[in-house]
Design a protein around this ligand. Structure first.
Ligand SMILES: NC(=O)c1ccc[n+]([C@@H]2O[C@H](COP(=O)([O-])OP(=O)(O)OC[C@H]3O[C@@H](n4cnc5c(N)ncnc54)[C@H](O)[C@@H]3O)[C@@H](O)[C@H]2O)c1
Length: 444
């Protein structure tokens, strides 16, 4: 099939590569010239394991092209996939839909009557309907519009796109359903479940899934708050409840909480959307989910103060900037939020991250950045683990101990081999844990 992928960020670039690898002809469109130039040159403009190689492989088939705008080639397109950003609006909790609106306006002149437009971005329920009306105002026929939410996770994006747990197609007409089933035939052929729903349910599925995941993390972090107060251990608590199949052990890691370009903005947008529907109460718990999440970040600063007193001019090594490992994405990153709180308290923070340093430099031009863990830790009064990169779990506690001014580490992700660090002379404080009574190690 001929597919246009509109928006070439984490979602769009991965989708374009994956769909061309399974045999479709794909045009990727993004107004960002630098992004398009990089992709044309076979370079993914962000870090995603395996995607560079897959991009080059897809390009050698001749089935993948990149453009900054729709040109005559778009006239043959069967499926337009909307993959643009839906960030939090500057004026409230809701999603900013302007990029979706402009992509509709841009594609309209190239839309054939039997081509379908499919949204993949995460949106408030009712967006497909609104965009369909917007599109209808541009064309002389009734356009096809449906929603196909995306569940890929940064760090495993390619695998998640090629072999997702499920594909949700939100269709309101048989023609869109037929074309989407054809597009996903290579996935259906390897038994990936395809869940067919209407477009509104599809829009809701995505925000419901992200709300559930965020709630799970905040639930275990609430247990961590209580455990810290009474001297219990939330990591062992999570293990113990996780054996219950109804609860499960995934997404139950205590620490400085969730972040990234999706979960935080999605739960905020869901609250705004519910309020617009007059159903504020239905998801009012999400405000608490966010509160717990933000409290865990502040907890790190409280512990630092308890241990060091005034933080003015104290040197802190922040290990990690990305919101999670295997990505360079620092959007709404808990590690960076903790770093900002420590700056605000007067500390001199030096940041290390194996992949996200360029993004840190771009977003925080004045921040101290270290090229290695050793450089970050040298002379530090405090080390904070902010992202669960494997490199940090495997770091040499003795070598780092010889470099630090003060051997104090706050493990915000529960990844350090604590006994090793303690043997090397470090005082280890791990969020939600009682290491005195339960010195069990947790390794990534
Ligand atoms: N990143 C993820 O892991 C992930 C996972 C699932 C869903 N999503 C959702 O996917 C959407 C995109 O997320 P992302 O992380 O890829 O964002 P992103 O910011 O990385 O990329 C968005 C891209 O859209 C481009 N764009 C903006 N306006 C455009 C237009 N009119 N025409 C064409 N391109 C345009 C931008 O230049 C940018 O490259 C969001 O709704 C997000 O919630 C993201």
């Amino acid at each position: 099939m001929n597919i246009a992928v509109i928006g070439l960020g984490y979602l769009g670039a991965t989708t374009a590569v994956a769909l061309s690898l399974v045999g479709h002809d794909v045009i990727g469109i993004d107004p960002d010239q630098a992004k398009v130039d990089a992709l044309r040159a076979g370079r993914v403009p962000f870090f995603e394991p395996g995607l560079d190689e897959a991009l080059v492989e897809a390009q050698t088939t001749g089935r993948l092209r990149f453009q900054t705008e729709h040109i005559h080639t778009s006239v043959d397109v069967d499926v337009f996939l909307l993959c643009v950003g839906t960030p939090q609006s500057r004026t409230g909790l809701g999603a900013d839909l302007r990029y979706l609106e402009s992509s509709i306006d841009n594609l309209a002149p190239f839309l054939r009557a039997n081509a379908i437009v499919v949204g993949k971005s995460t949106v408030p329920v009712g967006t497909a309907e609104k965009l369909k009306s917007r599109l209808a105002a541009h064309v002389s026929f009734e356009p096809y519009m449906s929603w196909n939410p995306e569940f890929l996770r940064e760090g495993t994006a390619l695998k998640d796109t090629l072999t997702p747990d499920r594909i949700v197609i939100g269709v309101d007409d048989p023609h869109s359903e037929a074309l989407l089933r054809q597009m996903y035939e290579p996935m259906a052929a390897v038994n990936i479940p395809i869940v067919k729903v209407d477009s509104k349910t599809a829009e809701l599925v995505k925000v419901a899934a992200n709300s559930f995941l965020a709630t799970k993390i905040s639930f275990i972090n609430a247990m961590a708050e209580i455990s810290e107060q009474v001297g219990a251990d939330a990591v062992l608590l999570a293990e113990a409840i996780g054996y219950d199949e109804r609860i499960g052990n995934k997404f139950l890691k205590t620490g400085i909480g969730f972040g990234g370009g999706c979960l935080p903005k999605d739960i905020r947008a869901f609250q705004a959307c519910a309020a617009d529907l007059g159903l504020e109460q239905s998801v009012s718990f999400l405000a608490q989910v966010e509160d717990i999440n933000l409290r865990r970040r502040r907890r790190v600063v409280d512990i630092a103060r308890e241990e060091l007193g005034d933080l003015t001019n104290r040197r802190v090594a922040m290990l990690g900037a990305a919101f999670k490992p295997e990505t360079d994405d620092i959007r709404d990153s808990p590690a960076m939020a903790v770093a900002e709180l420590l700056w605000a308290a007067g500390a001199h923070v030096v940041i290390h991250d194996p992949k996200a340093v360029e993004n840190v430099r771009r977003m925080y031009p004045n921040v101290g950045v270290a090229e290695s863990v050793a450089e970050a830790v040298a002379g530090a009064d405090l080390v904070v683990v902010g992202t669960e990169w494997r490199e940090y779990a495997l770091a040499d506690a003795w070598q780092l101990g010889a470099l630090a001014k003060n051997k104090l580490v706050i493990d915000g992700r529960n990844i350090l081999p604590y006994r090793q660090w303690q043997e090397a002379g470090w005082k280890v404080i791990a969020l939600g844990r009682n290491l005195e009574h339960n010195p069990i190690e947790v390794l990534v």
